[in-house]
Design a protein around this ligand. Structure first.
Ligand SMILES: Cc1cc2nc3c(=O)[nH]c(=O)nc-3n(C[C@H](O)[C@H](O)[C@H](O)COP(=O)(O)O)c2cc1C
Length: 188
């Protein structure tokens, strides 16, 4: 019984459907399949999807990971699958995650900025960038958030917490209130 870890990069073949909220539908389907099968096969890991690229990290029994990778590599939802990391490990590190999904994220964007990359191109990651990516996914607490990679980038430019419409409404209500008070005071 020997455990291994495997990371690969690939390019999505589907055109990402724009989603205001939630996970891109093709990715959501992949996650559903992954969680169902991986739990059965005692495989854990994480998936990152951004700029039409996948980065996936798997840990488990050598044979189970090998079988899964063969299946994944034949999947037509992605192409140009490149193994970035494949080696024995002593124990699993993604405990409790049959497939952790990081849809986000300001952390990854910061990492890309620090590496001088303006888009997510995991197939070009060297070993240490690959390790860094695994650490980001492992430590991410973004599971509840449903912001796309691009959305997260745009978020950086957003200053206001209150939506613009509501803010304008509040200002208008304030002006009306002051006007009404001024009018009432002239009546007294
Ligand atoms: C980027 C990507 C990642 C995937 N990751 C997994 C995975 O971790 N586990 C899994 O069972 N299937 C994964 N799949 C799906 C498999 O390729 C395959 O469709 C699926 O395992 C078939 O499951 P089924 O026999 O239960 O229908 C992935 C597919 C893609 C495109």
């Amino acid at each position: 019984m020997s455990l291994i870890r495997l990371a690969y990069a690939s390019e999505a073949t589907f055109k990402a459907k724009p989603v205001e909220k939630g996970v891109e539908p093709n990715v959501a389907r992949i996650l559903m399949e992954s969680r169902r099968n991986n739990a059965k096969n005692e495989i854990v890991g994480g998936l990152y999807y951004g700029d039409d690229q996948f980065f996936q990290y798997l840990e488990g029994e050598e044979e189970a990971v090998g079988r899964l990778y063969d299946r994944i590599a034949r999947d037509e939802r992605h192409r140009n699958v490149v193994i970035l990391l494949e080696e024995p490990i002593k124990q699993r590190t993604f405990t409790n995650w049959s497939m952790k999904y990081v849809p986000l994220s300001s952390d990854v964007n910061r990492f890309l900025d620090s590496q001088g990359m303006d888009t997510f191109r995991p197939s070009e990651f060297n070993r240490s960038q690959c390790e860094e990516m695994v650490t980001l996914i492992r430590n991410s607490s973004q599971e509840g958030r449903v912001v796309s990679h691009d959305g997260a980038r745009n978020d950086r430019n957003k200053q206001s917490v209150i939506p613009k419409g509501i803010l304008m409404g509040l200002i208008a209500a304030g002006i009306c209130l002051v006007g009404a008070m001024a009018y009432v005071s002239t009546m007294l």
